[in-house]
Design a binder for this molecule. Structure first.
Ligand code: AVI
Length: 320
């Protein structure tokens, strides 16, 4: 008979269809335990991520903001006015005003799964750009999204900053790019933030800061499991680990068991041995050719790259 493949959970799985409970259950039952990184972002995790973006060691936010500031006029010339800007996973983005200021769009469509964040940032932007029509869409941008009717006839610019694409393995990233190519349509552009491969010490420090904010962000995943799924995970017996995996060109984050332990989640028992880990995130980094290949595989043709910052980070403009 047909042997069906069991669904393996990895740190970059993106389906919300089965939910937190099912992802945790399946992920903790595997030999290499893993929980999709998307579950970091409850209210506490989102606030901790905001703190991460302000850390001196976490260069991506600073580097990308520098690019948007310094090359605003050049980007505006390349993109042109009058587009509908569709931002994927807008969150509480502080970069959006820089882009909107520069390119004079016809409309702004933030897409985010967190309705609270979405409403707050839409309100803040409406106050700053009184003439700009804003159509928030509460949706998971990794799934197919229906765009508002009102922007149907406008040429689109997809805006996907922050190197979020890096949290997906190549196959998932390509699926997402192809999906958005179809959603945004012919004649559309995509401005995407991609983190570069660089000195390993710089990379690992960005994901293992001395103040311990990234550690708290990682450990909050366990707290969240205890809070929401009635878990008994002894969080104090876990440590944060961030390592560079050169084969996959990615930072991996793990939660490391400091001793042998047993715990329950959702009524099920689990055992972990000292040194065993739960893989909680991948953050892929891309050289110039890698990034262009990824975009082409996703149906986009790179047309401009801005990446003259240190530590290196790229904003790439691609056309449908
Ligand atoms: C959201 N994402 C792009 C961040 C990153 O750099 O991969 C998440 C993060 N994880 C640890 N620090 C930041």
């Amino acid at each position: 008979g047909v042997v069906r493949q069991l669904r393996q959970i990895s740190a970059d799985d993106t389906g919300i269809d089965i939910g937190f409970r099912a992802d945790v259950r399946a992920g903790l039952s595997q030999r290499q335990k893993a929980i999709p990184a998307r579950w970091f972002y409850d209210a506490t995790g989102s606030a901790l991520f905001e703190d991460i973006t302000a850390l001196p060691e976490y260069y991506p936010t600073r580097s990308e903001t520098d690019l948007l500031t310094r090359h605003a006029a050049d980007m505006a010339a390349a993109i042109g006015a009058g587009r509908a800007v569709v931002e994927l996973g807008s969150g509480s983005s502080t970069k959006t005003p820089l882009l909107l200021q520069a390119i004079a769009p016809a409309a702004y469509v933030p897409v985010d799964i967190s309705g609270d964040f979405l409403r707050a940032s839409a309100d803040a932007l409406a106050a700053r750009f009184p003439g700009l029509p804003i159509y928030p869409v509460e949706a998971d941008f990794t799934q197919a999204v229906d765009l508002p009717r009102e922007i149907g006839a406008l040429p689109k610019l997809g805006f996907f900053p922050g190197s979020t694409i890096g949290n997906m393995v190549a196959r998932t990233a390509v699926d997402l790019l192809r999906g958005w190519r179809a959603t945004l349509g012919d004649g559309s552009l995509l401005l995407i933030g991609v983190d570069r491969i660089k000195d390993v010490a710089v990379l690992t420090r960005a994901y293992d800061d001395p103040a311990g904010v990234t550690a708290a962000f990682n450990l909050n995943l366990l707290e969240r499991i205890n809070r929401e799924l009635g878990g008994t995970i002894p969080v104090e017996n876990f440590t944060h680990r961030a390592v560079w995996d050169d084969t996959h060109a990615r930072i991996e984050m793990h939660l490391v068991a400091a001793c042998d332990m047993d715990f329950t989640v959702d009524g099920r028992g689990y055992a972990m041995a000292k040194g065993e880990t739960i893989h909680s995130e991948n953050s892929h980094k891309y050289g110039p050719r890698d990034a262009n290949l990824l975009l082409r595989a996703g149906g986009w043709t790179p047309v401009r790259t801005w990446d003259d910052v240190d530590p290196a980070f790229a904003l790439i403009l691609a056309q449908a």
